[in-house]
Design a protein around this ligand. Structure first.
Ligand SMILES: [Zn+2]
Ligand SMILES: [Zn+2]
Length: 265
């Protein structure tokens, strides 16, 4: 803009907006979604710093090198039940306490502002490894779980991560819609039938892409990730597949009779 007057007017507009926002937050202070403490800093995320920091595993806890589950007496209770057929799998935080509440707010109260928080945590957790991937692939969720036509709570953080890393992403897996016959069958029967929950869009896997990172929201038993990885490898046997989940359901006990602690997907 030419001339000082326009700049002055624009600056005043910005100042009024800032003052308005300050006054609004004084009258109606924002609170953290998770602990209800008053937010003193940037409130766009609606998360206080303390809660954001609690979205992590206890660093003193030893975790499984393959599936990231906390070890119990040096053994992994998750791998004892359902070993992952992946090179490695990591997760950001346990799906209990603050982590579980965070994911529940994100998924069911549709907190769009959490998507960049998740993307940033994924980038941080992957570190230099991230740039070694050729392709990021979100694990699809049911269409009904999409908030809007263009917003999927799993794909959105992947999209942001892809942009920040410069690593491409592709919706190479699609969720199969059960036919009406499958709908009529009980859920348990459908599960035991081990029907393919996804299909692979092979043309979306570039010929040069070898190292794939699958991204899922919650890792519980690992059967979803195993099935996704099997299907991708069936389409392209040369793929090396790792996975990353936002939340990790923590199993209690050591043996096959473990029960999930906290609800998972
Ligand atoms: Zn808080
Ligand atoms: Zn394990």
């Amino acid at each position: 803009m030419r001339g000082g007057e326009g700049v002055e007017v624009r600056d005043q507009g910005g100042r009024f907006r800032r003052q308005g926002r300050r006054l609004f937050s004084l009258l109606f202070p924002a609170h953290c979604d998770l602990c209800a403490d008053e937010l003193t800093e940037d409130d766009s995320m609606r998360l206080c710093r303390a809660c954001a920091q609690r979205l992590a595993f206890d660093p003193r806890e030893a975790r499984c090198a393959r599936c990231d589950h906390p070890l119990v007496d040096d053994a992994c209770p998750a791998c004892a039940v359902n070993p992952l057929r992946l090179a490695s799998c990591r997760s950001l935080f346990p799906n209990t306490g603050v982590g579980k509440e965070f994911l529940s707010h994100y998924k069911f109260q549709r907190r769009r502002a959490y998507a960049p928080v998740i993307a940033a945590r994924l980038a941080e957790s992957l570190g230099d490894w991230a740039r070694g991937y050729d392709l990021l692939v979100p694990v699809p969720i049911a269409r009904a779980a999409h908030w809007e036509r263009d917003f999927c709570p799993v794909t959105e953080p992947v999209r942001i991560l892809s942009k920040s890393l410069g690593v491409p992403w592709a919706p190479a897996l699609v969720k199969n819609r059960p036919g009406w016959v499958q709908h009529l069958r009980r859920r348990r029967e459908r599960k035991s039938a081990n029907e393919a929950r996804f299909s692979v869009r092979a043309p979306l896997l570039p010929p040069g892409a070898k190292r794939i990172l699958l991204v899922d929201d919650i890792l519980t038993t690992g059967s979803t990730l195993n099935q996704a990885a099997d299907l991708l490898r069936a389409a392209r046997p040369d793929l090396e597949i790792d996975a990353m989940a936002f939340g990790r359901t923590v199993l209690r006990g050591k043996g096959p009779a473990v029960a999930p602690r906290g609800a998972g997907a």
